[in-house]
Ligand binder design. Structure first.
Ligand code: SF4
Ligand code: SF4
Length: 370
């Protein structure tokens, strides 16, 4: 296993981390949690030492599974990460005691007395980040003082420049963001800022939510000069960034662990700027039609979350299946297609779009799914 240093700490972590959100669904439903934990124990035996979990993953069983696995490992040799957040800006926020109860529950389920990396979870934009800081940061500091958590970190879906703003506050030891061969050129500044600030950078979604393995032809260029499959090469692509500490992979079977380990064998690290230069022109033409999640189309007068809708449309472009859009909206973004119909065609977003996408027409198509 290839190891990297976590930010400016003395922690050595595996370049591939175990994302505990893809256990076998049948096993989870049938309560065969020991069987799921076996995959984590196998990963540990192969040198993976970073295990990421959260409440709600896998029918709320992921932390429990991870606890079973941890009880079979040397706890001092592994790092465990979990998460909490306060919900949306509109809902009533939990009290400090309720946050503490959640953390205690996570610790019980994980069968441990501390969580190594505790995330302020899922900050979608700077406004949400500010609200999270107000509601949660002092709770995180208290939990750290009490030894229940070791490092305060955050996870986010913000874009490069906004991420840099959070990073530059110096309040976090590390961060977790989505990064892959689809969105890398627009997330580059965020990971560079974090690295410069001595933070660890953990990446989720290295396979673009499954879009990359589902469309191997488009991403074949990543495999050039290797004997890797497209998913393996996409994982290696992410892990080879000097600024990225850990690429999280969701594993269902032991074979998936072996594949991921193969992907980072003899890894050669490169600065993100060089990687962007190397691959920028190799992307296939179809990528020009894809939304890159750069977020430059901000400022819709109807508050339509355009990048989320365009990400949804990406699914259609790549799969050719309109139903894939309904699934993406329902299960990933939790947005109704009705929202797309509120577009008044003012044209602001299309003027700003870095990819010059026909956003209005795409919203119309999505609106028809309602
Ligand atoms: S064209 Fe539609 S989606 Fe774009 S900014 Fe105007 S109202 Fe929003
Ligand atoms: S729609 Fe265009 S500007 Fe908006 S996030 Fe996608 S690529 Fe960027």
């Amino acid at each position: 296993m290839y190891y990297k240093q976590y930010g400016d700490t003395d922690m050595k972590v595996s370049a591939v981390g175990f994302g505990s959100m893809r256990f076998d669904e049948d096993d989870i439903r049938a309560g065969r949690l020991d069987k799921c934990a076996d995959v984590q124990v196998y990963a540990y035996s192969k040198g993976i030492n970073y295990f990421d979990t959260a409440p709600h993953y896998c029918d709320d069983k992921s932390e429990e599974v991870t606890g079973i696995a941890l009880s079979q490992m040397d706890r001092n040799k592994v790092y465990v990460s979990s998460k909490t957040n306060f919900g949306t800006l509109e809902t009533n926020h939990p009290t400090k005691q309720q946050f503490m109860d959640r953390l205690s529950l996570s610790l019980d389920r994980l069968r441990t007395d501390h969580i190594d990396f505790y995330h302020m979870w899922c900050m979608l934009n700077l406004k949400e980040w500010e609200a999270h800081m107000e509601a949660l940061y002092s709770f995180f500091e208290d939990a750290k003082r009490q030894g229940m958590i070791k490092n305060i970190v955050f996870s986010s879906h913000m874009q490069g420049d906004d991420i840099s703003e959070v990073v530059n506050t110096g309040k976090f030891k590390g961060m977790l963001i989505g990064y892959n061969a689809l969105n890398y050129s627009f997330r580059q500044s965020g990971i560079e800022a974090a690295h410069k600030n001595g933070m660890g950078v953990v990446v989720m979604n290295p396979l673009g939510g499954g879009m990359i393995p589902r469309n191997p032809k488009l991403f074949e260029y990543l495999t050039e000069g290797t004997d890797l499959t497209v998913p393996e090469a996409a994982l290696r692509f992410v892990a080879s960034h000097k600024e990225i500490t850990i690429a999280l992979n969701g594993f269902t079977k032991k074979e998936h662990v072996d594949d991921a380990i193969k992907a980072v064998e003899n890894l050669e690290e490169m600065p993100a700027a060089d990687i962007v230069k190397k691959y920028q022109n190799k992307s296939s033409l179809a990528l020009n039609d894809l939304c890159t999640s750069c977020g430059y189309c901000k400022g819709c007068p109807k508050d339509i979350p355009i990048p989320k809708f365009m990400d949804t449309y990406n699914e259609f472009i790549l799969s050719g299946d309109k139903n894939s859009m309904t699934d993406r909206l329902n299960y990933h973004w939790h947005i109704s297609p009705e929202v797309a119909k509120t577009c008044i065609a003012c044209g602001h977003c299309e003027r700003e779009c870095t990819q010059h996408l026909p956003i209005i027409k795409r919203l119309e198509e999505i609106g028809k799914l309602a």
